[in-house]
Design a protein around this ligand. Structure first.
Ligand code: NAD
Length: 354
């Protein structure tokens, strides 16, 4: 009994000493948190921004995003529409609108609808003869306050017959688009005569601040064009835009250029005009689409994004444009990704290999 009393007294004394010790720091927990962390001061949110913080309950304490960042909440899940960080530090959306075969008027309307629906990446080319329409669609969306120029990513391409005067051909594209700069300019087809010279002329436009990133198109792993162009480039390309879809996958080339931090951007992501029914009637894809309550087009586009590609499905139909962007609220399982991987035939629909 006596021993127990001594122990109790000792315990009380010890607790008092410890409590006093805490107090001697002069920093109750709440006060410590209010002391500004000078090292992290640059990361302090701007005034008012804190109110926009959205916390996904499922990820609480792990991920906090501001409402400025693109995300989709579906049920208990938050799906992020992650941009790709290019090898020069610029960011590029993973899904955009392709405008091949659209008239000037169709291009204007399609670009406008796409930007309204949340798209931030638009792909055109001098060869599509619709840059003016693309520019007008962008202008309409900016004027209506739907987007700012800085929020969107515009790609155009220099056609191979212009490789002898790529700089001025690009200036013409810039004027038709009505922009001060273009985010990405591609050499539309390589190899072609004067391709290295054309690339160097575009590098000058990067130096002048009129182009942010450069890229190549229609190169596959079966020739040395990529290595030659990459070696010659003083400003390294950020991606290669190629025909790419489940029947014709760029897996090995993706790995190869991935070593240099480049991405593949898929054209013909739905198989291409005249070929889409081969996919839309495919039993395997229809089964996967049914399982997710999605369309085959959405399954294909989700596959592109999950497989690490950037993609630009083309359409002038506002319903299809909206449908094609609605792929950020579900995920394909590993088994489904594997099933689609096994659909590769090695044959493209418009294989521009040399
Ligand atoms: P795509 O695979 O995107 O298919 C387009 C076809 O699918 C069109 O007929 C369209 O009406 C239809 N479609 C689109 N969404 C649909 C939906 N949800 N349901 C049903 N049908 C739908 O082919 P694309 O447009 O030729 O290629 C995509 C883009 O890639 C082009 O628009 C262009 O910007 C680019 N591209 C680049 C090159 C190159 O050489 N670099 C070549 C071809 C295309």
């Amino acid at each position: 009994m006596y021993k127990k009393m001594i122990s109790l007294l000792l315990a009380i004394t010890l607790s008092s000493i410890l409590l006093a010790g805490c107090g001697s720091t002069g920093q109750p927990t709440g006060a410590a948190e209010s002391v500004p962390d000078t090292a992290g001061a640059g990361a302090e949110p701007e005034e008012g921004e804190a109110e926009n913080v959205v916390v996904d309950p499922a990820l609480e304490n792990e991920v906090k995003v501001t409402s400025d960042e693109p995300y989709v909440m579906s049920g208990d899940q938050t799906y992020f529409i992650e941009d790709k960080e290019l090898n020069n530090g610029y960011k590029m959306p993973v899904l955009g609108l392709g405008t091949y075969a659209l008239t000037v008027e169709e291009a204007e309307n399609s670009v406008y609808h796409a930007l309204k629906d949340g798209y931030r990446l638009i792909d055109t080319a001098r060869a599509y003869n619709n840059e003016e329409g693309v520019g007008r669609g962008i202008q309409r969306a900016i004027e209506e306050g739907l987007v700012t120029r800085e929020e969107i990513f515009i790609t155009t391409k220099v056609w191979d017959t212009d490789f002898g005067n790529a700089g001025s051909a690009f200036e013409d594209s810039l004027a038709r688009l009505g922009l001060d700069y273009v985010d990405l300019v591609l050499l539309h087809h390589v190899p072609r005569p004067n391709d290295e010279e054309a690339y160097h002329e575009l590098e000058e436009k990067v130096e002048e601040g009129k182009i942010r990133s450069l890229g190549l198109s229609n190169i596959y792993l079966d020739n040395d064009t990529f290595d030659r162009m990459y070696e010659a480039a003083e400003i390294k390309p950020v991606l290669v835009q190629n025909e790419n879809h489940p029947f014709f996958q760029n897996t090995e080339f993706q790995e190869y250029i991935g070593q240099y931090g480049l991405f593949i951007e898929s054209w013909y992501p739905l198989g291409g005009r005249g070929f889409t029914q081969n996919y839309f009637n495919d039993e395997t894809l229809l089964g996967i689409a049914q399982a997710h309550d999605k369309t085959v087009a959405q399954i294909l586009l989700r596959w592109h994004v999950q497989a690490g590609y950037i993609t630009i499905p083309g359409s002038s139909n506002p319903d299809h444009i909206a449908e094609n962007y609605d792929i950020f609220n579900f995920e394909l399982s590993e088994e489904e990704m594997q099933t689609i991987k096994e659909m590769d035939t090695g044959h493209g629909n418009f294989n521009l290999r040399q």
